[in-house]
Design a protein around this ligand. Structure first.
Ligand SMILES: NC(=O)c1ccc[n+]([C@@H]2O[C@H](COP(=O)([O-])OP(=O)(O)OC[C@H]3O[C@@H](n4cnc5c(N)ncnc54)[C@H](OP(=O)(O)O)[C@@H]3O)[C@@H](O)[C@H]2O)c1
Length: 212
């Protein structure tokens, strides 16, 4: 058993989730930020890759909620690169850092789960989250992490806000980076919703599992 997985991110109108410096870029409209806050509050856990922790140093919390009611923060960090002073360790919510079995590091302010050798075994991690009572997982980024969930066939819903800006950059991250999928086997989506949110558009897709 595993939680339902929703990928949620914001990209520019030219398909980038950050600019060439990879520092955080404010793409969401105020209306989209309000939606993301609600989605976070309704999720059992919020997950990012360690690249996002290093680049953006996000809190990953819902302001106004006490620590015990905030969703669990989950960081995919196979080699233990989360810096000691990272905001995800600030005690404003519980935090789980998922490493590979070869990593021996522990952090003050976080629990550690070791899942898989070398790479992280995403299915094992999801079943551990389910055992802890997490029924809805929100994956917020970045591009490597989102790609690995798509590649593993573990995404149920994909929500992407398209902000009205162009940032360019051949090396700028996109919603799904990684090594790419075989071109004859893309992940097929079904457009389930399209909504204007301020000066941007929210696209909601359901992900078809099985043969395209
Ligand atoms: N616009 C948005 O909505 C949004 C949201 C979040 C982030 N971002 C942007 O995204 C960028 C960061 O993205 P990123 O792709 O560089 O980093 P990332 O996806 O946050 O983190 C990537 C790292 O996480 C680990 N990882 C991810 N999936 C894994 C798996 N299945 N198994 C094992 N390890 C895994 C690996 O760590 P190791 O390298 O240590 O192996 C990998 O290099 C930043 O520019 C940030 O601003 C944008």
């Amino acid at each position: 058993m595993r939680p339902t997985v929703t990928v949620n991110c914001a990209m520019t109108a030219d398909g980038k989730i950050a600019g060439r410096s990879r520092r955080q870029l404010r793409i969401s409209s105020p209306e989209d930020l309000a939606r993301v806050k609600e989605l976070r509050a309704a999720s059992g856990a919020i997950l990012v890759g360690v690249g996002t922790v290093i680049a953006d140093d996000p809190h990953l919390t819902v302001k106004d909620l006490p620590p015990e009611r905030n969703p669990l923060r989950v960081v995919l960090d196979p080699r233990g690169r989360t810096p000691d002073g990272a905001r995800v360790l600030d005690g404003r919510a519980r935090t789980l850092i998922v490493t590979s079995e070869d990593c021996e590091r522990n952090w003050e302010g976080a629990e550690t789960l070791r899942a898989g050798k070398g790479r992280i075994d995403l299915e094992l991690m999801l079943s551990r989250l389910h055992e802890r009572g997490v029924r809805d997982l929100m994956v917020e980024g970045g591009g490597e992490t989102i790609f690995s969930f798509f590649e593993s066939g573990l995404v149920d819903r994909y929500m992407v806000f398209v902000g009205s800006m162009i940032v360019g950059g051949r090396g700028s991250p996109t919603p799904a980076d990684g090594d790419g999928l075989p071109e004859d086997r893309p992940v097929r989506l079904r457009l389930a919703g399209c909504r204007r949110l301020g000066d941007g558009v929210l696209l909601t897709y359901e992900v078809g599992h099985g043969a395209p």
